[in-house]
Design a protein around this ligand. Sequence first.
Ligand code: C2O
Ligand code: CU
Length: 549
Amino acid sequence: AKTVHKQWDISYQFTHSDCVRKLAVTINGRTPGPTIRAVQGDTVVVTVKNLLMTENVAIHWHGIRQLGTPWADGTEGVTQCPILPGDAFEYRFVVDRPGTYMYHAHYGMQRSAGLNGMIVVAAAPGSADAEPFAYDGGEHEVLLNDWWHKSTYEQAAGLAAVPIVWVGEPQSLLINGRGRYNCSAMAPDAACNATHPECAAQVFAVVPGRTYRFRIASVTSLSALNFEIEGHEMTVVETDGHYVKPFVVKNLNIYSGETYSVLIKADQDPNRNYWLASNVVSRKPGTPTGTAVLSYYGGRSSPRAPPPTAPPAGPAWNDSAYRIRQSLATVAHPEHAHPPPPRADRTILLLNSQNKIDGRIKWAINNVSFTLPHTPYLVALKHGLLGAFDQCPPPETYNHTGYDVYGVQANPNATTSDGLYRLAFGSVVDVVLQNANMLAPNNSETHPWHLHGHDFWTLGYGVGRFDPAVHPATYNLRDPVMKNTVAVHPFGWTALRFRADNPGVWAFHCHIEAHFFMGMGVAFEEGIERVGDLPEEIRRCVSTKGGHH
Ligand code: C2O
Ligand code: CU
């Protein structure tokens, strides 16, 4: 195994991701940042220098479990103090499993400002984790994102205002950081340049007859997406670093925080180009299709020529049954299935609801809206700083016998807390995420939940209210796929299981940036006594006299 070194300068730059000039948080001047490529077992060392001048930063390595290095998870408030302007911080961790992952800022809503990229880990030669599939054409990477012209500060201020100013639908959908806003829709003096090289569509070239692996990641701030390669069926083979029993789709639903690998065969007419398209699903779309181009080597079409057709429009945005079917079709590859433990030691039922606190709209879990402590949990717990956060643990369940998930809550008022769940080390934990109606009637949206530090088994999905006496009997205990991010569908529930065997403190939250900002998350502690000495650099925001706010 080798060590992969990276030196990253984080700074604001004027960028033109969708042809419109926008101040973005960049890595070495670029958004998205470079793909980190490594081999299973390698150590990745990223030295991050914060050149933002007036803004903190922290970077999370999404999907990397950080076994033995919980302080390198990059989650501000949970595993580290933020990196202050002018400071440098070294992230050092091992990538122990092959697969497709991502990284992004994990401080406030900074991810939306452009700090994101992909991590690709190849299987070590001869490893038991080698791919159970073959492709002779090579690999392409597809990073999907959504993009707003307003700054994240403007968004955050709006979300905290009374009445709320919602972030709204994104202006553009990006593929590998490239989108195309319609400049003629803007004021003539607006900084929109339709021919700016940064917003020229990405071209993916293929050799006729070959099979390609596309690694696809979604780092969107809000949008659930549907991805399609015009005229080419996709065989889904990997998700979140785990091999799946291959299945064929015309288009792929992908939620923020998820990754997939698909295989495509370049077997269509090579003399024309084809669209890669990303479309919003699960929210009524207010954003044009995001596009890139697939082009055949040796064909008669110029690689940059737009395809002769209209880009695919994707499935009906509100067809949640269609999306649930894909969730259910995603199961473990038979030769790579790790069956889950047959039963859980503890079951936590988490109601996801929209609430109000002092007239402000929030998201809450069992009526508790999550806030991050000023002193990171990892530091507070390791050093016994009990005043650093609410010592009262959040509720284990909600009124699941009486709650109407299709109705508007009788009393939507919630409380705020930075308390956390403490899990017995090595125990098996089931979490059932229950979706419900929002503050407005007949409204429920998809929430992609991401667990740091672990992969979990996806045991089941259902629509309506989860019944602990009935539904566990329907769980897939035979071949559930392991993932780190999973969708909770509208008005539905999702059940997952994991082993609390990674000493540290780990965030578990909705991957929609605005939802986490509004309180949609929790934190888990396990095995804190097994965590080694913390690096000094993660505790620079903690006073030596104690952990008070
Ligand atoms: Cu990709 Cu806590 O996030
Ligand atoms: Cu959400």
